[in-house]
Write a protein that binds this ligand. Structure first.
Ligand code: FAD
Length: 432
């Protein structure tokens, strides 16, 4: 058979002709698909490259700004306009703050806070309070804080709620101008150390954790993040959608929401992941090991239990970082050495409040001198941020020395102390 006859008989066979044209169509289809996929891949690769370049540029600008921070941060109070007020959940609002002079803002370290001075109508003097920055740290045109009304203690419901937090909830509105100090605080993510982190928060303690999680997501950091958040139920589950969006954007983030008192309509697996409180036992079940950096913020008892639980689990103290929103804080180890009186006697350490004409023995159960003064009816020391930042509690020392439980935001003048973050080293005479 010669080739002509062969080709002719092949082409004239209907089955073969259909088969060949089918194969040709299939090949064409595969080629088109391949081309589309390749084009999409090229497009995505280009887009990622562009996004990455933009991100690198942004990080570079921010790094440069961070180096310039002493110039771009400000001393004292700066005016900010409330550009947006958003209800996050019952009794909790976010306030977006833009600088009144329109100049760019310095970056902050995720976890830090702002200090506010306010004049609520029911207060006889300006009041100073700190609020953690709850947004990512990469915006240079606004800051965000989120404030929950401080309710009276459960066993004393007739006491009025917190003055400043209520003022923010009820009175502060968009367009208002507020006095704000530059971001500060020593509780922040250590960006240099690329260790996986566990973020643990209860209630409004979520604010610094959100800033940390947002920051790590924005810079596309690869470290593992375990995000534990505890609240009562869906009524006070703040930032639910925002955290879910973050988790979608960050494949390294694992979210564990604990409801201590879920409502009938709260569906486990949807609204929350675990029934009960955030506990170290839960972490032992979930975390592959204890070898993480832990960041904690929440109510006093929550922090006290968790911080000591982590130590007992064998987590080194240096890996456990926590922020207390006010005086309710982690109680120090009762076995730590007690302060000594001048006579070496550990039992009685007299503290004299000279202006008030009162001498009282130091109570080792007290967290700091301010708390001790308040407990003893001394009204001449102001309580502000209670974190060593605002300087309201500064008091002159006439005799004696103090030790700091926290490092002061800026070193107090010689012969004075920030009474909210220090304890006496021995006998003292204080100008209060
Ligand atoms: C570093 C830091 C960051 C913070 N970040 C945040 C944050 O992001 N969001 C947030 O919401 N808060 C935050 N706080 C807490 C915040 O600074 C305030 O402490 C909080 O808003 C309460 O202030 P207030 O003026 O509303 O309450 P205050 O008027 O100081 O009252 C505090 C509490 O005492 C109760 N009280 C009032 N009178 C009495 C009385 N006679 N006896 C007993 N109890 C009484 C009140 O009901 C209230 O519960 C932070 C604190 C610090 C130190």
């Amino acid at each position: 058979m010669n080739y002509e006859i062969l080709i002719h008989s092949v082409l004239s066979s209907p089955f073969l002709a259909v088969g060949l044209s089918g194969s040709a169509l299939m090949l064409g289809y595969v080629a088109t698909q391949w081309w589309t996929v390749a084009a999409r891949y090229r497009f995505e690769a280009k887009r990622s490259r562009l996004e990455l370049d933009a991100l690198h540029q942004k990080i570079e600008i921010l790094n440069r700004k961070a180096q310039e921070a002493p110039e771009s941060a400000w001393n004292g109070y700066r005016k900010f306009t409330v550009s947006k007020k958003v209800e996050e959940c019952e009794d909790t609002y976010s306030f977006y703050l833009t600088p009144h002079n329109g100049r760019p803002l310095p970056p902050f370290k995720p976890g830090q806070y702002l200090t506010f001075e306010l004049n609520p109508p029911n207060a006889d003097k300006p009041l100073v309070r700190c609020y953690s920055l709850s947004d990512g740290a990469l915006s240079d045109d606004h800051y965000r804080v989120t404030i929950k009304r401080a309710l009276p203690p459960a066993d004393e419901p007739n006491i009025p709620p917190g003055i400043v937090s209520s003022y923010f909830s009820d009175n502060v509105k968009e367009g208002d101008i507020l006095n704000v100090k530059a971001p500060s605080g020593r509780f922040f993510l250590d960006v240099e150390v690329e260790r996986p982190v566990v973020l643990i928060s209860g209630g409004i303690g979520i604010t610094p954790m959100l800033a940390i999680a947002r920051y790590l997501t924005h810079i596309k950091d690869n470290r593992e993040i375990y995000f534990f958040f505890g609240c009562r139920n869906s009524v006070d589950h703040m930032f639910r959608d925002e955290v879910i969006e973050l988790q979608k954007a960050n494949p390294n983030m694992r979210l564990h929401i604990c409801y201590s008192r879920p409502l009938r309509e709260d569906v486990r697996g949807e609204a929350y992941s675990h029934e009960g409180r955030v506990t170290v036992n839960l972490m032992k079940e979930i975390l592959p090991s204890s070898n993480y950096e832990y960041y904690l913020c929440g109510p006093g008892p929550f922090m006290n239990t968790l911080v000591h639980g982590l130590y007992e689990w064998g987590v080194p103290k240096k890996d456990v970082k926590f922020e207390a929103f006010g005086p309710a804080t982690v109680k120090s180890n009762p076995n730590e050495p007690k302060v000594k009186s001048e006579t070496g006697d550990q039992a009685v350490i007299p503290i004299e409040f000279a202006r008030s004409g009162k001498t009282v023995p130091w109570d080792s159960g007290m967290q700091n001198l301010l708390e001790f003064a308040e407990k003893n009816g001394i009204t001449t020391i102001e309580g502000g941020c209670r974190a060593g930042s605002c300087g309201s509690c500064l008091v002159a020392i006439k005799q004696g020395e103090v030790e700091y439980i926290l490092e002061p935001g800026s070193a107090p003048e010689e012969g004075t102390c920030l009474s909210c973050i220090c304890r006496p080293k021995g006998n003292m005479v204080i100008d209060a």
